[in-house]
Design a protein around this ligand. Structure first.
Ligand SMILES: [Zn+2]
Length: 240
């Protein structure tokens, strides 16, 4: 494994091999943080079971949006949850993102089977308390108090849930990077791996992202290029 030090702007994700006082991309001052990248060998493994198919033989996409039963959420999702989608639920801390998702996951658990709620901020018992207050107590609503991305991916691959929540993306960290949880590199890497999981398994995944004081979600440009939509529960849905 090779180690490399890079400097990443914590506002926009711009990277530089040397420290800069001012980010050349977004103009922020003193936003560059040192991050060590552990380069795992990127030798391409011949994995994947996808086979080339004549275009006329590809089965047509059927609309399979599944309503969450929560009107405002279904509205911004365009009618419901799409299999294999990664959706960022953004907003200020304490605005009700966890509550909204816990309710939606309870409804899904009752109708569609096991759903996985990864709680990186609250313990399992705290999440249970929150669930009890909401009437979200389905046997199929599984709580996992975990911060390790590798552990989360492994549990999800094993469980194959009907849907999954990661609350919040800022608490998830991968051992592939030495930077702190919540740093731009960690958030980007974690979201990227979750997107691969969603696309590869058809599991719809919601990630909670807290908006920082200056209105950015762990660096504004980090996630917006990756995710299907950003939903701010205070009435400001931002579609990307
Ligand atoms: Zn920047």
């Amino acid at each position: 494994m090779k180690q490399k030090t890079i400097f990443t702007c914590q506002k926009c994700g711009s990277q530089s091999p040397k420290w800069l006082g001012k980010c050349p991309d977004c103009g922020a001052w003193n936003s560059m943080a040192e991050e060590t990248v552990v380069k795992t060998s990127h030798s391409v493994r011949p994995t994947g079971s996808a086979q080339p198919v004549p275009i006329c033989d590809v089965p047509p996409q059927t609309e399979t949006r599944r309503p969450t039963g929560i009107g405002e959420l279904d509205r911004v999702l365009g009618g419901g949850i799409v299999p294999g989608s990664l959706v960022l639920i953004g907003g200020d801390p304490g605005i009700g993102k966890s509550t909204l998702l816990l309710q939606a996951m309870h409804t899904l658990a009752e109708e569609a089977g096991k759903v996985l709620y990864v709680s990186g901020e609250e313990s399992a018992s705290q999440t249970r308390l929150r669930g009890e207050r909401l009437g979200a107590s389905s046997k199929n609503l599984l709580i996992l108090a975990e911060n390790s991305l590798e552990a989360i991916l492994s549990q999800a691959a094993h469980l194959k849930p009907a849907a999954m929540v990661v609350d919040s993306i800022q608490t998830v960290w991968t051992s592939a990077l030495e930077s702190a949880p919540g740093s731009v590199s960690q958030v980007r890497e974690s979201a990227g791996k979750l997107m691969l999981l969603a696309k590869g398994s058809d599991i719809p995944i919601f990630i909670v992202g807290h908006v920082t004081k200056d209105g950015s979600i762990a660096g504004p440009r980090v996630l917006e290029h990756m995710v299907g939509s950003v939903y701010i529960p205070n009435g400001l849905p931002c579609m990307y």
